[in-house]
Design a protein around this ligand. Structure first.
Ligand SMILES: Nc1ncnc2c1ncn2[C@@H]1O[C@H](COP(=O)(O)OP(=O)(O)OP(=O)(O)O)[C@@H](O)[C@H]1O
Ligand SMILES: [Mg+2]
Length: 209
């Protein structure tokens, strides 16, 4: 059982407060949505959860069975989908995935690759021969989901994972997130979509300033 704890967390940049006094406890097996207007700090909250940055005040901790996971260990346990993630544009989907998974010590076999493509709805496209720089935006988003699924991480930090996806793609994200939670993973999901918010078990709303 993994828990992410936000205790009286305040974040500010250059003296400007983005959000303050956030208290929340997120648990494995659940989906928590973080909502709020543009610039309210959703992506920042995910980065704090990942320990990519420190809060200005308060404490963010990730605890597994009463033992706190430190930064380095946390890296190996979480997977993140963010708008910032970029693939190498001159490499194919397979090459990009093989590289990303290689960093985690996971081998991408041909069968695993084919199963992943089918799971994210990329199988029928000419993905085998196309470099990712020539992918459509939605295809690239689906490839990010493939990387997420393949990482087998216990913590999923999803920053607007439905962005640029069609209705089928958004449905896919909802289904996979629910399945992940049912498998015992912890899902934290930044979104502005009402349906995605409604599909979550809990929500953190950032009011904005
Ligand atoms: N590293 C940083 N340095 C300085 N300011 C930052 C940094 N990261 C975020 N900010 C600021 O913090 C605020 C919140 O940004 P954040 O990206 O978390 O918002 P968001 O809720 O994810 O917005 P959106 O819905 O547009 O994705 C913004 O005003 C942004 O400019
Ligand atoms: Mg954001």
């Amino acid at each position: 059982m993994i828990t992410i704890k936000f205790e009286a967390v305040t974040q500010s940049f250059y003296g400007r407060t983005i959000f303050q006094d956030i208290n929340a406890e997120l648990r494995s097996g659940t989906i928590t949505a973080v909502t709020g207007q543009n610039g309210s700090g959703k992506s920042t909250l995910l980065k704090l959860a990942a320990h990519f940055m420190l809060p200005a005040a308060g404490r963010v901790s990730v605890v597994e069975d009463a033992r706190e996971l430190r930064r380095a260990e946390l890296r190996t346990r979480l997977a993140m989908v963010t708008p910032e993630l970029r693939f190498y544009p001159r490499l194919t989907a397979r090459e990009n995935l093989a590289f990303l998974l290689g960093l985690r010590g996971i081998e991408l076999t041909e069968i695993k690759f084919q199963v992943l493509l089918a799971r994210v709805g990329l199988r029928d496209q000419a993905v085998a021969t196309t470099v990712t720089g020539e992918f459509s935006t939605g295809m690239r988003q689906r490839l990010k989901l493939a990387a997420l699924l393949a990482a087998e991480a216990d913590i999923w930090l999803l920053d607007e994972p439905g962005a640029n996806l069609d209705a089928v793609g958004r449905e896919l994200v909802l289904r996979e997130a629910r399945q992940a939670a049912d498998e015992g993973r912890l899902v934290l999901w930044a979104t502005n979509d009402e349906r995605e918010e409604a599909a979550a078990d809990a929500a953190i709303h950032l009011a904005g300033h």
